[in-house]
Design a protein around this ligand. Structure first.
Ligand code: KIV
Ligand code: NA
Length: 317
């Protein structure tokens, strides 16, 4: 597979070929997506929770993000790699934001950046685009604002709210953004943005099938943190889609979720679909290792080294 460029992504959008996006946090997760032909790899600041164990996305620093971006880019050859600018790395001033994005590009080695925000980040989006940095504003639900939003709430469910997202997307496009990420908004709104805002690629999570691409968190896809369950993949699919976020202002994640993991199955937002049970399999393997060592069945002779008889005898004398 050849390198995915902005031209590749534009062509995919023009031909209505869905763009596949997954998060990666280190070398093995990057290799996983790369080897499966994923089009874009996102070093998401969800790594704060799912890879570093923080209870929010706001805790992670730019230095930590860069450190992980370096590991991810070592594992990717063809996918387009972009990284989140973490909370605190771009709000202080335009100059500070630009300087930090340049660090992410130069030190992290990524192709572009994603930045959460609304109209207040327009000058930054414009400046970055002018200096040749691909930027994807993150609209709709912005996890970096979970505190001020009083939770992970679905956005744009009123006519006014949805119009605001549409207008913001248009302004982002005009400022030079190549794409927008749309999180947890009604699918109809995401579809209208995708169809009406020409020249802007839309990547959705919890935004329905009308976007140009889809993104999920890799640990959700793999079921790394999912509880053990003896169910078929079909059953998993049905049980997650049965989760409801009923009404206006309803929470994507349970508001009383004090767990460090944002997408634990018991509180998983409806947009999560678990495609594997890697956590269950990993725990099975670790339990088997612990048991084998305890009962003395690991290592066996085939897993051990011998030496020449003469050398052994001389050693023993
Ligand atoms: O940080 C993240 O993983 C993200 C995606 C879920 C969109 O921003
Ligand atoms: Na993020």
């Amino acid at each position: 597979k050849s390198k995915v460029t902005l031209a590749t992504l534009d062509a995919m959008s023009a031909s209505k070929t869905p763009i596949t996006v997954l998060t990666a946090y280190d070398y093995p997760t990057a290799l996983l997506s790369e080897s499966c032909g994923v089009d874009m790899v996102l070093v998401g600041d969800s790594l704060s929770q799912v890879a570093l164990g923080h209870d929010s996305t706001t805790a992670i620093t730019l230095d930590e993000m860069i450190h992980h971006a370096q590991a991810v880019t070592r594992g990717v050859t063809s996918a387009f790699v972009f990284a989140d600018m973490p909370f605190g790395s771009f709000e202080v001033s335009l100059e500070y934001g630009v300087a930090n994005v340049l660090r992410m590009i130069k030190e992290g080695g990524v192709d572009g950046v994603k930045i959460e925000g609304g109209l207040e980040i327009l000058p930054l989006v414009k400046r970055l685009s002018e200096i040749g940095i691909p930027v994807m504003p993150h609209l709709g639900l912005q996890p970096q604002r979970a505190t001020s939003l009083s939770g992970y709430l679905v956005q744009g469910r009123t006519a006014r709210g949805s119009l605001e997202i549409l207008e913001t997307a248009e302004k982002m496009r005009d400022a030079g953004a190549f794409a927008v990420l749309l999180e947890a908004i009604p699918s109809g709104v995401a579809r209208v943005i995708t169809e009406q805002v020409r020249g802007l690629i839309t990547i959705g999570i919890g935004a329905g099938k009308g976007t140009n691409g889809q993104v999920l968190v890799i640990t959700d896809v793999l079921g790394v943190y999912a509880d053990d369950q003896d169910v078929s993949p079909l059953d998993i699919e049905m049980s997650t889609s049965a989760l409801t976020t009923s009404d206006l202002g309803s929470s994507v994640c349970s508001p009383n979720n004090t767990n460090a993991l944002p997408h634990k199955p018991s509180t998983a937002p409806r947009f999560v679909r678990q495609f594997g049970s890697v956590g269950q399999e990993a725990r099975r393997a670790v339990r088997a290792y612990v048991n084998a060592v305890r009962e003395g069945s690991f290592p066996d002779t085939k897993e051990s080294y011998g030496m020449k008889k003469e050398e052994w005898e001389e050693f023993q004398n």
